[in-house]
Design a protein around this ligand. Structure first.
Ligand code: FCB
Length: 398
């Protein structure tokens, strides 16, 4: 299919990403678990056992390593580590440390996310991100994660998609507690300020744990494309939803770029994709080259000196040949960015497993399928195809 390749730069990360709540199962002490069981929240289905990765993480890592991946991004769960305010579970900290060591033993470099959407119930009851003292509470939790990340972890993500957190807070204020659609409603400004402050406090805490850790955060990129004449509207739309979070990453060691589709903006705001456009299981427009636009835009806003890592990119589909097609287009766009000298230091696909996609198991993003009853894992053809690039250390060009 491909005739040309672009070699990976030295040390390039090549892997897949997951998030604790989406794969572990029985994360009963988190705000999301509560929401999933609240009929008023209108969540389609609860996470329950998810992929049972809390018990089966070794199988997940064995598979990823055997497929050829060299990196694995996973998150640790605040609600398990600090089940009650100020009480830290040494058993859970030891559990996540075993995961770090298990990854290293398999030749997978762990990238650890400290916060991926879920918070402990007590933190939600306390008032969440905008409550007085929230930033300090998050920073204390990060400090308590020291035994997990102090050795052998090169990359730490403080907070996943802070822009989605701010959008979800905005939705919650308007009475909607679900997961936001692409295009993104208005983020809550107070939450934006709070998560930026929490990120900066966490960066400091991580550097205090080990100054060699490379710390950053990961931003949801919607790839806003302006229709002719709507450039100002687009910029004004994008700034509070994306750019403000990219700007806040200046001074970090890297920034995570996460993209799936695009959003066109006209003079009145977002324009839905045409009725005949191909759509994925999440109803997002099939648009594989989005990641290239997201990388270029992030580099432009962040300015020089901030390396980029694609920390999520993928497609929800039941047809694995469309997944290979999507990744082919996406990686061609990444390779073109590398050829243009963008400082891209890794590519982590979303997602390692078919998992709990914030309300449903039907949106299958996984390279590996999971039997809902036996939890047996089966690598899809796309997983073998993508993993093999880790061995050849080259990206396809189409
Ligand atoms: C991102 C989230 C991730 C997953 C993908 C599809 O917004 O970070 O958990 O849900 O989208």
């Amino acid at each position: 299919m491909t005739t040309r390749t672009t070699p990976f730069p030295e040390g390039f990360l090549w892997g897949a990403s997951t998030a604790a709540h989406q794969i572990e199962g029985n994360n009963t002490n988190s705000d999301w678990w509560r929401k999933e069981h609240d009929p008023a929240a209108g969540i389609q289905e609860p996470s329950l056992d998810a992929c049972d990765s809390y018990h089966r993480w070794e199988q997940d890592m064995d598979l990823l390593a055997s497929l050829g991946f060299t990196d694995y991004r996973f998150s640790v769960e605040w609600a398990r580590i600090e089940p009650a305010r100020g009480h830290f579970s040494q058993a859970e900290i030891a559990h996540y440390r075993r995961m770090v060591e298990g990854a290293l033993a398999r030749g997978l470099r762990p990238m650890v996310t400290l916060h991926h959407f879920t918070v402990p119930r007590w933190f939600e009851d306390f008032g969440g991100w905008t409550a007085e003292g929230a930033v300090e509470l998050f920073a204390r939790y990060v400090e308590e994660c020291a035994p997990i990340i102090a050795e052998g972890v090169r990359h730490v993500c403080t907070i996943n998609e802070p822009n989605m957190i701010a959008v979800m807070a905005g939705l919650a204020k308007s009475g909607d507690r679900g997961f936001p659609p692409a295009g993104l409603p208005t983020p809550d400004e107070e939450t934006t300020h709070a998560v930026i402050a929490a990120h900066h406090a966490a960066v400091k805490a991580v550097r205090g744990i080990n100054a060699d850790i490379r710390v950053g955060w990961t931003i949801a990129n919607q790839v806003y494309q302006s229709l002719p004449g709507a450039e100002d509207v687009t910029a004004a739309y994008r700034h509070p939803r994306e750019d403000v979070f990219i700007e806040a990453a200046r001074g970090d060691d890297w920034i995570g770029v996460q993209s799936y589709t695009r959003t066109k903006i006209g003079p009145e705001g977002p324009i839905p994709a045409p009725a005949d456009a191909e759509r994925t299981l999440t109803q997002w427009e099939y648009y594989p080259t989005a990641v290239g636009d997201a990388l270029r835009h992030t580099a432009e806003v962040a300015g020089p000196g901030l390396p980029l890592i694609v920390t999520e990119n993928g497609i929800a589909t039941a047809d694995d040949t469309r997944r290979v097609d999507y990744y082919t287009g996406a990686l061609d766009a990444v390779a073109a960015c590398l050829d243009d000298s963008l400082d891209i230091q890794g590519y982590l696909a979303w997602s390692a497993l078919d998992n709990y996609e914030w309300g449903t198991f039907k949106a299958t993003f996984g390279l590996i399928s999971v039997d809902p009853v036996t939890f047996e894992r089966t690598a899809k053809p796309s997983a073998a195809w993508l993993g093999a690039m880790g061995r050849s250390r080259a990206l396809p060009r189409v």
